[in-house]
Design a binder for this molecule. Sequence first.
Ligand code: NAI
Ligand code: MG
Length: 354
Amino acid sequence: MKIAIFPGDGIGPEVIAEAKRVLEALSLPQLSLFEGDVGGIAYRRHGMPLPQETLEMARAADAALFGAVGDPACDELPREHRPEQAILSLRSELGLFANLRPAAGYPGLEDMSSLKPEVARGIDLLVVRELNGDVYFGEKGERAGEGGREGWDAMSYNETEVRRIAHIGFQAAQKRRKRLTSVDKANVLETSRIWRETVIEVAREYPDVQLDHMYVDNAAMQMVRSPGQFDVILTGNLFGDILSDQASACVGSIGLLASASLGERRTEFGTFGLYEPIHGSAPDIAGEGKANPVAAILSLAMLLRHSLGRESDAGRIERAVAQVVASDVRGADLGGTASTGEIGDAVLGALAAV
Ligand code: NAI
Ligand code: MG
C-alpha cells in the first residue's frame, strides 16, 4: 500500500503531522509513505506549485493525503504560479471529478453549531460536488472594456460530465437514506438547465432514490433553516464549494470536515483518491498550534475506506474522533484551548480504546 503525502502550506503540515501519527498507530502491514511538495513551498523550492515529481508520486500511489495550499506571500504571483493552482491541477491531472464531503452533527457539539442545538442535531448530509468542470476550469481572462478592466470566467458543463457525477451521487444515496437533492440555478443559467435535465435522465436508473431539485440560493437558506432535510446534495464545483463550507459551520467548525476526491482509476484495494480537509492553509493561525487536526484525521479515515479497503480502521478512527469531539478537549475553533498536538494525543488515546 503506497500513500503519497502532500502537507502543503500554512496549517497543512501541522494537521497532516497529526494524521500521520494516527496512521502510524494503526501499524498497517506493508505500508510505504512518500512525501512531496505542493503549493507555496513547492513554488519556493522548485519554481512551480505542482512539480512533476509530486504529480508522478501521486500517480504511483494508491491514495494521496493532502493538507492545504495557500500562502499570502504568493498573492501577487500570476495565476499559474499561485499555490492554489497545485490542488486544481492535481484534481484535473488525476481525473478526480467526484468530491465527497460528509457533514454530520456530533452529539455533544451542538453548542458550537451556528444553528440552534435542536436544528444542528439533525444534520447528516453528504455533499457530492463535481470537481473537474464548471467556472473553475472554463476559459478565463481579462480584457479592456468601457468600464475599465474586465475579468471573465466561462461556466460550462456537458452531459458527460454531469452524468458521471450524477451516478456517483445516486449510488451514494442508495447507501444512505435514498434521497438526493440536486442543487442548481436552472432558472437563470444554461449550465444548470443541462445539469438538471441530465440528472433527471440519470435518475431513471435509480428508481429507489427520491430526487428533488433546489435552486442554490434556496439551498443555502434551507441549509441553515433545516439541514436535517438533506441526505445527498448533488451539485457543481462552485455551488458545492460554497455549500460545503456552510455545512461545516452548521456542524461546528471548518476544522472538522474531511473530503475525498475520487476518479475512475482502480487500485489493488479500491479507488484511487486524494483526501484533504475542506479548509485551506489558514495563514491567520499558522504556526500557532491552534489548527484543529480532526478534518485531516477524518480525511485519513476516508482514505482507508475508499482507497485501501480498510473499513474497520476507518470506523475506528471515526469513533475515536467522535469521542474526542464530544469531550472537553477542544481547540480554539471550538471555544477551547487544546493545541493541535493535544487534540492529536486525545485521538490517539481514544483510538487505543475503541
Ligand atoms: P481557510 O479555510 O484557510 O480559513 C478560514 C477560517 O477558518 C480562518 O479563520 C481559519 O483560521 C479557520 N480555520 C481553517 N481551518 C481550520 C482548522 N483546521 N482549525 C481551526 N481553524 C481553522 O480559508 P481562507 O482563509 O479563505 O484561505 C486561506 C488560504 O487557503 C488561501 O490562500 C486559500 O486560497 C487557500 N485555500 C486552500 C484550499 C485547499 O488547499 N484545498 C481550500 C480553501 C482555501
Ligand atoms: Mg472551499
